[in-house]
Write a protein that binds this ligand. Structure first.
Ligand code: FES
Length: 368
């Protein structure tokens, strides 16, 4: 009973009338400079006038390097569409860190809980925190959900969902959502992992395959056999899939490009879980990057500005590292950069660029 009571209080409070009062300009002025939320925090860390906060309910290890974190959001959470992501905010050593994660659960969970399925990343403070430090009761902040890698409101009759590695998260959310809706159309769910032990949600996928005759679950293991398919993506893996199916692909650039080039149907909707490596410039990288805010300079290695800044010991803010959340935007005051997603060259001075997907071409000055 006490757990239910606590969950209810965390989610609903502060009540709507009280929230209106707390959101008033008068109270904002009275609580300057800290703001109302700072005082609400003292009563309950889940309370906030506008911010979405969520309490960790559980952490479940899916594979040796992937864990699912289950969260109960507060009353400011607006709901999400399967395939979207959120930015999770935590405090580490007094510094605010944020990182994007796709939501992995159904958009229709009756208990209102959210799940994030998190893989360790070498520079990922937030991923490490969620996997190793977060405990039931830990409170994090969430951005509103965002992202356009989503199913249309009118569900297609035939669907092809392809993922590789951690790209399984948004398509798993789509599959779970469709099943909760009682979707009757045919769904082909094809996932690539190195081995069987690297497939998150393996037992659930087995259950889905056994219970839902309209869902084909295909797992391809690229380093070991034992799946329904084996090896890296090949067009033969899609034999038998209706080319009229609406295709969604999320994974590394090699998989996404291979499907894009060979899928005979309408171009798939795609999402990368990490951007492609910058294409090498003819003659190799040249020039110097000047980090104008810190006065440092390094020779250009051709990697993205974010990677080169981190290699130089800087810790720029970032969210997704794949060009979608814009939390890494910095002002480029001089030089040219190439967008690694589109190949476009930006030549303007005094321009805001996403440093996670911008590779310098020659000398660049960037506000870092
Ligand atoms: S970190 Fe998200 S756009 Fe760069």
């Amino acid at each position: 009973v006490s757990t239910e009571w606590e969950a209810t209080v965390s989610t609903l409070a502060p009540a709507r009338g009280l929230r209106r009062l707390l959101d008033s300009p008068v109270l904002a002025a009275l609580t300057t400079p800290h703001g109302v939320d700072r005082y609400l925090d003292l009563v309950n860390p889940m309370w906030s006038v506008r911010e979405v906060r969520a309490r960790v309910v559980g952490v479940h290890q899916e594979t040796p390097d992937v864990a699912t974190v289950t969260l109960r959001p507060n009353g400011n959470w607006p709901g999400f569409v399967a395939g979207q992501y959120v930015q999770v905010g935590i405090e580490v050593d007094g510094a605010r860190r944020t990182r994007c994660f796709s939501l992995s659960g159904s958009a229709h969970r009756p208990d209102g809980l959210l799940t994030l399925t998190v893989k360790q990343h070498p520079t990922g403070h937030v991923a490490r925190f969620l996997r190793t430090t977060a405990r039931p009761g830990t409170v994090v902040t969430l951005s509103p959900p965002d992202g356009t890698f989503t199913l249309p409101a009118r569900r297609p009759d035939r669907l092809l969902l392809i993922s590789g590695g951690s790209g399984i998260t948004p398509v798993m959310s789509m599959l779970r959502t469709l099943l909760d809706e009682g979707h009757r159309g045919r769904v082909t769910f094809l996932h690539y992992a190195r081995t069987a032990a690297d497939v998150p949600f393996a037992a659930e996928l087995d259950r889905i395959a056994a219970r839902h005759r309209n869902v084909d679950v295909l797992r391809a293991h690229t380093r070991a056999g034992g799946g329904e398919l084996s090896g890296r993506y090949a067009p033969e893996h899609l034999r038998g899939v209706d080319p009229a199916a609406a295709a969604y692909v999320c994974g590394p650039v090699g998989l996404v490009d291979a499907v894009r080039e060979t899928w005979p149907g309408r171009p798939p909707r795609v999402e990368f879980f990490k951007p492609p490596a910058p294409a090498p410039e003819a003659g190799g990288p040249t020039g110097e990057i000047r980090f104008t805010a810190t006065g440092r300079g390094v020779p250009n290695t051709g990697r993205t500005l974010l990677e080169q800044a981190e290699a130089a010991g800087l810790t720029p803010a970032f969210g997704c590292r794949m060009g979608i959340c814009h939390s890494c935007v910095r002002r480029k005051s001089a030089g040219h950069v190439r967008d690694v997603l589109t190949g476009e060259l930006s030549r303007e001075a005094d321009e805001d660029v996403r440093i996670c997907v911008s590779a310098p071409v020659g000398d660049v000055h960037i506000d870092l």
